[in-house]
Design a protein. Structure first.
Length: 294
């Protein structure tokens, strides 16, 4: 998943536009984007949307952001949408791997109740929205086999801490705490064998800023990024799709070691490469192969 687009689950107009946005995944939001009185309506619309879209060929993946586990809403969220078989659940404000495990158990029961295949519903955890989560990131490793991705959020974290801003005066550079959260999320996701997903870029009119942030995230090792507006999707897809030059180089690296299987290091294009380069090249080629066509 290169691009994951948030859509308020109670907005029928935005829901209708979602499948044609080009996003690899749609996140139907039952949490922050939906007011308290609208949550019941949002569940109904989300379930109908998932049911209508699920059998469509070439469709994006469909995740549902439920409400946090310390609210009274999350169990109603699952009860409202699981029969329609979303591809996964986005868990907000996760405090530790224990929360992910708790959700996994709930999904097991919900799948059984709905008569859907056991274990098919995946989990993406938002792992930095509460301060305690930053102190418990290793607990996400081996928390559940359902863990598909790990992402982070700066807006709720800064609110919880009481910070005046999470970015520097330029509006683009993360302040140190949020850079820490970002980097810890990246490392933890890889350690947990989950997809590392970068957070949203909230200024949806700043295309250059989005492009720079997405490019930096891709270079650092993130493999996707969340979006809050359809206009962000194309930029995110472009930056997280390996370029033809990158693919060609990766193919050369893999081929060079395939031809010389006993070699520990080889010279290629004037540089020394070793097995770490092969692993990185193989990961890039796998991402290129899995990218959905535009």
């Amino acid at each position: 998943m290169r691009s994951l687009l948030f859509i308020p689950a109670d907005d029928e107009r935005k829901l209708a536009k979602g499948p044609n946005s080009g996003a690899d995944a749609l996140i139907l939001d039952l949490e922050d984007a939906v007011s308290e009185p609208r949550k019941g309506v949002a569940r109904e619309l989300a379930a109908q949307f998932i049911g209508d879209l699920r059998s469509r060929a070439g469709r994006p993946l469909i995740y549902v952001r439920i409400n946090a586990l310390d609210t009274a809403h999350w169990q109603e969220d699952l009860a409202g949408v699981m029969a329609s078989r979303p591809d996964g659940i986005l868990l907000p404000k996760a405090r530790s791997g224990e929360d992910v495990h708790k959700l996994s158990i709930a999904l097991h029961h919900a799948e059984g109740h709905a008569g859907t295949p056991e274990g098919e519903t995946r989990i993406i955890a938002l792992a930095s929205e509460v301060p305690a989560s930053l102190l418990a990131l290793p607990s996400y490793i081996d928390a559940t086999a359902r863990l598909e991705g790990l992402t982070w959020g700066a807006e709720d974290l800064s609110a919880a801490i009481g910070a005046m801003s999470n970015r520097e005066a330029d509006g683009r550079t993360w302040r140190s705490l949020y850079r820490l959260a970002r980097d810890l999320c990246l490392v933890t996701a890889v350690a947990a064998n989950a997809q590392p997903i970068d957070t949203v870029f909230v200024n949806f009119r700043d295309e250059e800023g989005l492009r720079l942030e997405a490019r930096e995230a891709a270079h650092d090792g993130f493999t996707g990024k969340m979006a809050i507006h359809p206009n962000q999707v194309a930029v995110i897809n472009e930056e997280f799709t390996p370029s033809p030059d990158e693919i060609a180089l990766a193919q050369e690296i893999v081929a060079a070691f395939a031809t010389n299987p006993e070699a520990g290091a080889l010279g290629l294009r004037g540089q020394m490469i070793d097995r770490a380069h092969v692993k990185r090249a193989e990961r890039l080629l796998a991402r290129a192969k899995s990218a959905r066509p535009a």
